[in-house]
Design a protein around this ligand. Structure first.
Ligand SMILES: Cc1cc2nc3c(=O)[nH]c(=O)nc-3n(C[C@H](O)[C@H](O)[C@H](O)COP(=O)(O)OP(=O)(O)OC[C@H]3O[C@@H](n4cnc5c(N)ncnc54)[C@H](O)[C@@H]3O)c2cc1C
Length: 467
């Protein structure tokens, strides 16, 4: 049997005269039961593409195990038949990480969706990797708690996928990204051994922080099967406002002022043309009268608008800028829709190339101006609270994405703020990671997955010729 996985999904060692895939399919059927092995093209299709439709491939089969033991059995069967595995959560990733490249087995975690009892005193919960963010957050809400990360894809994105991508979202300014919410996790390594770090502890310095290593590994180092999540206090009431800003410096200044005045739960940036796009293509009312200011800053602050002293604080924050302040929950939802429905509205215009970048705050104005110059039709919005921007390119000529990412790298930014690298940017990792860094990542990959069973072609740049 070959020791390296075949990207074409060749199945080794089949008996003479039979399809070599038959042995693997039989083993997978035994592992998960016939109802949860999908081999027909129609049944596989939903697992072979991503949310944007930009990435698609063909899998040998899709398996839907029901628990950790079945995940172990699937990985052992695939290893024995030298067939690579693509772990998959909700399929909302935006960089093609959960999409097969050709012939792999897609391992869907969707049936590992249990949500354990909330530990109210400790502020945590243990959940299956396939539980959606919305389901876990609903359970936490019953106890006045919340998941510290929130995304517009909350109804489909899974906790396992969010850990695997180290998801960010709109609450990073308050609680940090997904890896900060992980107290512990359970994961199956490529050789079928199970890493058990549940329950996790708030402090545990016993050796390497393996759960942290797996956060952001995009299914290339292990299959996450369960997560012990830290929960955060759920705000009893919040104040949501949308503020017109003259330029980036003005917007950054308002974020800093809001942080000095209290807890900022979200700070999001949209632009006038993006707001018009959301109005036109997603039916969201314009939040301010025309002419819209060039930049609009959405702030969500802890505490309701009627709390003592808030009116004065808000007046100071707003100054003479145009602003809409939500009077009630429905109003707040309307203002949030202006930001959250950008992704959906962009999608209606075509299949976008979605870039998520972090830009040092001091360079943000210059980067934005240069993006406008090289990609005048780009739709840019994002999480200004943590200096990350989404650059959506529509009908982009070949190479434009790389041009934007080179620009970001040249200004000391990151080419992968929160969506991960996936297949989309694996060839561009060198833009912000030097040779020593890439060599260390390859060494980690080799140590945990020596045969390249897990998600080949994702995250790491292709091997240099002759290696
Ligand atoms: C409308 C919309 C808004 C979004 N907003 C944001 C945002 O604000 N911030 C943000 O960070 N992202 C955002 N995303 C992207 C996406 O929702 C996140 O990347 C999310 O974390 C993916 O979760 P998933 O379960 O869908 O994972 P998938 O898309 O299924 O997989 C993503 C990656 O994780 C791996 N993976 C999945 N599950 C596991 C597992 N159990 N073990 C090991 N590897 C696994 C896959 O192999 C793949 O590489 C948005 C997406 C959409 C569609």
């Amino acid at each position: 049997m070959s020791t390296e996985m075949s990207m074409g999904g060749t199945v080794a060692d089949g008996p003479r005269g039979t399809d070599p895939a038959d042995g693997l399919l039989a083993a997978l059927r035994a592992a998960v039961g016939p109802a949860h092995l999908l081999v027909d093209a129609g049944a596989r299709a939903a697992y072979e593409t991503d949310w944007t439709g930009r990435f698609a491939g063909t899998a040998l089969a899709v398996v839907r195990p029901a628990g950790t033991d079945e995940v172990v059995a699937v990985l052992r069967a695939c290893a024995a038949h030298a067939t690579p595995v693509v772990p998959r959560g909700g399929g909302t990733g935006l960089v093609g990480g959960a999409v097969p490249l050709g012939g792999e087995v897609v391992l869907s975690l969707e049936r590992l969706d249990h949500v354990g009892p909330v530990d109210v005193a400790g502020g945590s919960v243990v959940v299956g990797a396939g539980a959606t963010l919305a389901a876990v957050d609903r359970s936490a809400a019953d106890h006045g708690l919340a998941v510290g990360v929130d995304l517009a894809s909350r109804d489909s994105a899974t906790i396992g996928g969010m850990v695997a991508t180290d998801a960010g979202g709109v609450r990073v300014i308050a609680h940090g990204p997904m890896r900060r919410q992980v107290l512990g996790l359970e994961a199956v390594l490529a050789d079928g051994s199970v890493l058990r770090r549940i329950p996790g502890l708030a402090k545990d310095g016993t050796g390497y922080a393996l759960p942290e290593l797996l956060a952001g590994s995009e299914g290339t180092l292990a299959v996450v099967t369960a997560v012990h999540l830290r929960l955060v206090p759920r705000p009893v009431a919040t104040t949501v406002l949308l503020l017109g800003c003259a330029d980036v410096a003005d917007a950054l200044g308002r974020v800093a002022a809001a942080r000095r005045a209290g807890t900022v739960l979200a700070a999001e940036l949209v632009r006038d043309r993006g707001v018009r796009m959301v109005h036109q293509h997603a039916g969201v009312p314009l939040p301010l009268p025309e002419p819209l200011p060039p930049l609009l800053l959405l702030l969500e602050l802890d505490g309701d608008p009627d709390r003592a002293g808030r009116a004065d604080a808000l007046a100071a924050l707003v100054g003479d800028r145009p602003a809409a302040i939500a009077a009630d929950v429905a109003d707040a939802r309307r203002l949030w829709a202006v930001r959250e429905r950008h992704t959906e509205a962009v999608q209606r215009l075509g299949t976008p190339t979605k870039l998520d970048v972090t830009v040092p705050p001091a360079a943000m104005a210059e980067v934005l101006a240069e993006v406008d110059r090289i990609a005048p039709d780009a739709v840019v919005f994002g999480h200004i609270g943590d200096a990350s921007l989404h650059v959506n390119l529509l009908d982009a000529p070949p190479g434009l994405d790389e041009q934007v990412l080179r620009l970001v790298a040249a200004h000391g930014g990151s080419i992968a703020a929160e969506h991960g690298i996936g297949v989309a940017k694996a060839h561009l990792v060198h833009l912000t990671r030097d040779d020593a860094d890439v060599a260390a990542m390859r060494a980690v990959k080799r140590a945990l997955d020596p045969t390249g069973l897990l998600n080949p072609g994702k995250v790491l740049p292709p091997d240099p010729p002759g290696s």
